[in-house]
Design a protein around this ligand. Sequence first.
Ligand code: GRF
Length: 189
Amino acid sequence: MTRIAIFISGGGSNMVSLVDAMQSGEIDAEPVLVLANTADAGGLVKAQARGVATEVVDHRKYSDRASFEAEITRILSEYVPDVICLAGFMRVLTGEFTAKWEGRMLNIHPSLLPNYKGLNTHQRALDAGDAEAGVSVHLVTAELDDGPILGQRRVPVLPEDTAESLAARVLIEEHKLYPDVLRDFVKTL
Ligand code: GRF
């Protein structure tokens, strides 16, 4: 069965939707690891409550990205995932790491890529007066938020929207899109 590692930095709501979809059999894959770059990532407890192994590699303990990623790679060699899903993972990965996982690492980004790569995507959509916002799942390449898009969902921008209200509505769609995309993706392996 396809082995999935999920990287998180925060609450891990996207991780939860992926783990639940795998554990319910909706996705023909198993979550073998949830890795966080900080011990206070709220998603760690949620993963443990679901019986999924967790590891923390605190980026602040490493002098550079290469040594941080070397530790991640060492840990991955213990869990041997086939696919990595970045889910609210807030660290930029080097080209060396992304090259190693090219074609087998996915990311979820809260915008309709190629629009609004990077941060503060919802505020930028509001500032631009966009009628629509949304979320994308894409394959990860060396360039940030730039790889082949595997799926998208659109969300209307409402007149009274703030970045927070829009983010909350997009998040609902994220929790549907990522499992849908991963389910189809693992069938291609
Ligand atoms: C989500 O908006 C996701 O798109 C972004 O990080 C936010 C938090 O994700 N990458 P999660 O609740 O930690 O999955």
